[in-house]
Design a protein around this ligand. Structure first.
Ligand SMILES: Cc1cc2nc3c(=O)[nH]c(=O)nc-3n(C[C@H](O)[C@H](O)[C@H](O)COP(=O)(O)OP(=O)(O)OC[C@H]3O[C@@H](n4cnc5c(N)ncnc54)[C@H](O)[C@@H]3O)c2cc1C
Length: 446
C-alpha cells in the first residue's frame, strides 16, 4: 500500500518509476502471500480516505458502485468504548468500508495505468547499490523469486516500502551509516476473522463498528466492517496474549464475551461465508530514521518499514497515504536534502498515531514501555471525553477527528472542548447504538 501510494506521488516528479514487488500480483481482488493481514478487517480512517480520494479521483465512486458502502465514520458506524455507545450522528467525516484486497486492487489498477510507472513483479529487492565516493544510493539489486540472475536497476531515488520486515536497518549498517534506534511496545495482539453475508438493516443499520471492552480489565475487541459484495468482515481481537480462538464454537463464545451483544447477535444470525483465519501481531514497532546523524542521498524508507502500529486503531494505510503526500510536497524542492526534509515531515505524521496507539496499549499493566509523565491524568481526562462523547456532538466530533488523524490530540484539551468535557452531565447507562440516527426499518445497503 505504501509502495503504491509512493509511486503515485513520484509519478508527478520522475520520468520513470519501477515498483518492485516480490509477489506475482493478482489481476483482481485476491489476497496474496506478501500481505497476510489482508484477510482481516482493514478500516480506512477519514484522513486516509481524503488523501486517497485526492490522488485517485473517481476511485471511491467506482468502489461505491462495486458495492463498497460509503458513509459517515460516526453516523453510519457503531462505536462502543469505555462502557458507552458514542453519540451516533452525522459528523461530516466521510469514509468507505471495503476489503483490503479490493482497495489495494483498485489503487494498483490506477497506479498501473500511470504512463510512467511499470511493475516488476515476482522480483525481490536484495539491497541498494551505493557509490561510497558521493554517499549516494545509485539503484537497487533485484532478483527473481527463484533467486536466479540478479540484476541492478539504476535509480536517482530508491524507496524501501517493504513493510514491517524491512531490511533497511541491516542495509544501512552495511553501507556504514549504522542502524536507526528502534522502539517497540509489545502488546501481543491476536486477530481471528470470519466473513459473513450482509443483509440490509443488519448491525443496527450501520456499515460497521468497533466494540471494545474497557482496558485494562477487558482485553477484548471486535472490528466489524461491511465490504463489497454484501459481506461483513468480522474480526475478533484479543490483546496481551488473550488470543481469540479459531474453533467455531469458541470463536462464538469470544464474541459473546464482548461487553454488548451486537457482534454476537450478528454472527449468530448472518450466514458465514468462510472459515475463521487468524493473525498475530507482537508489538508496535518504530524505527527512528529521523534521528540518524547521517543518511545516504537517494534513499528513503516509508510506511510500515518505519512504523507499524497495533492494527486495532486502523492507522497504517492512512499514515502511508499521508506520508506519500508529504513526499510529494518535499519533492517540489528537488532531490537535494530530500531525506532530511522528508523525515522532518514524516515525524509528526507518525508521532500522533504512535501516541494514540501506544497510549491506549500502555493502559495494560502487562505492556512494557515508558509511560510519559502525567499519563494517568491524561487517561482519566480521556475517559471523561469518552463519556461526554456519548452525549455531546461537539466533543464527539472532535474525538473522532483526532482518532481519524485529522486533528492533533491536544485539540481535545482546547478550552471549548475542556469546558464541555468538565461541565456536561452524563446520565448513567451505556446509551444507545442508534444515537441520533432514526432506527427505522431496514434501509438499503449503502
Ligand atoms: C492484522 C492487521 C490488520 C490491520 N488493519 C489495518 C486497518 O484496519 N487499517 C489500516 O489502515 N491499516 C491496518 N493494518 C496496517 C496496514 O496493513 C499497513 O500499515 C499498510 O499495508 C501499509 O504497509 P506497507 O505498505 O508499508 O507494508 P505492507 O502492506 O506489509 O506491504 C509490503 C509489500 O512489500 C512487498 N515486499 C516485502 N519485501 C520485499 C522485497 N524484499 N522485495 C520486493 N517486495 C517486497 C510485500 O510483498 C508487500 O507487497 C493492519 C495490519 C495488520 C497486521
Amino acid at each position: 500500500m505504501s509502495g503504491l501510494l509512493a509511486a503515485r506521488a513520484l509519478s508527478d516528479h520522475f520520468e520513470r518509476i519501477t515498483v518492485v514487488e516480490r509477489d506475482v500480483l493478482p489481476e483482481s481482488e485476491e489476497a496474496r502471500k506478501g500481505v497476510p493481514q489482508s484477510a482481516h478487517a482493514h478500516g480506512l480512517l477519514a484522513s486516509g480516505y481524503r488523501a486517497m480520494d485526492a490522488y485517485f479521483p473517481g476511485m471511491m465512486d467506482e468502489l461505491g458502485a462495486r458495492g463498497a458502502p460509503r458513509g459517515d465514520v460516526v453516523g453510519d458506524f457503531l462505536w462502543f468504548q469505555y462502557g458507552r455507545w458514542k453519540l451516533r450522528h452525522d459528523a461530516g467525516l466521510r469514509g468507505i468500508t471495503v476489503s483490503r484486497p479490493c482497495l489495494e486492487a483498485a489503487i494498483r489498477q490506477r497506479v498501473k495505468a500511470l504512463p510512467n510507472v511499470t511493475f516488476l513483479e515476482g522480483a525481490e529487492g536484495v539491497r541498494p547499490t551505493f557509490d561510497a565516493a558521493t554517499g549516494r544510493v545509485t539503484g537497487l539489486a533485484v532478483r527473481p523469486r527463484d533467486r536466479s540472475a540478479q540484476q541492478t536497476l539504476d535509480a536517482d531515488l530508491v524507496i524501501d516500502a517493504t513493510g514491517r520486515g524491512s531490511q533497511s536497518p541491516k542495509w544501512l549498517e552495511e553501507l556504514g551509516y549504522g542502524q536507526p534506534k528502534e522502539i517497540s511496545v509489545r502488546v501481543n495482539v491476536g486477530y481471528a476473522t470470519r466473513i459473513f453475508a450482509r443483509t440490509a438493516g443488519d448491525f443496527f443499520n450501520s456499515i460497521g463498528g468497533i466494540i471494545s471492552g474497557t482496558p485494562p480489565a477487558s482485553t477484548r475487541y471486535a472490528a466489524v466492517l461491511a465490504a463489497e459484495r454484501d459481506r461483513w468482515v468480522v474480526t475478533l481481537v484479543g490483546t496481551v496474549g488473550d488470543y481469540p480462538p479459531t474453533n467455531e464454537e469458541a470463536w462464538g463464545a469470544f464474541a459473546a464475551s464482548l461487553p454488548v451483544p451486537a457482534v454476537h447477535q450478528l454472527v449468530t444470525s448472518a450466514r458465514p461465508l468462510t472459515d475463521i483465519v487468524s493473525f498475530r501481531f507482537p508489538a508496535n514497532q518504530r524505527r527512528l530514521y529521523e534521528r540518524m546523524p547521517r543518511f545516504p542521498a537517494g534513499y528513503l524508507v516509508m510506511g510500515d518499514a518505519v512504523c507499524s502500529f497495533n492494527p486495532i486503531y486502523g492507522q497504517g494505510m492512512s499514515v502511508a497515504a499521508t506520508e506519500a503526500k508529504a513526499l510529494d510536497d518535499c519533492l517540489a524542492m528537488g532531490l537535494d536534502g530530500l531525506s532530511q526534509r522528508f523525515y522532518a515531515r514524516a515525524r509528526p505524521i507518525v508521532d500522533i498515531p504512535w501516541a494514540i496507539a501506544t497510549g491506549e496499549d500502555l493502559r495494560f499493566p502487562q505492556v512494557e514501555g515508558p509511560r510519559p509523565p502525567g499519563s494517568a491524568l491524561v487517561n482519566r481526562y480521556l475517559e471523561r471525553v469518552h463519556a461526554v462523547a456519548s452525549q455531546d456532538p461537539v466533543v464527539c466530533r472532535k474525538f473522532f477527528e483526532v482518532l481519524n488523524l485529522l486533528a492533533a490530540p491536544s485539540s481535545l484539551m482546547s478550552p471549548r472542548i475542556a469546558w464541555q468535557v468538565f461541565s456536561r452531565s452524563v446520565p448513567k447507562g451505556e446509551g444507545s447504538p442508534w444515537g441520533l440516527m432514526r432506527p427505522g426499518p431496514a434501509g438499503p445497503i449503502k
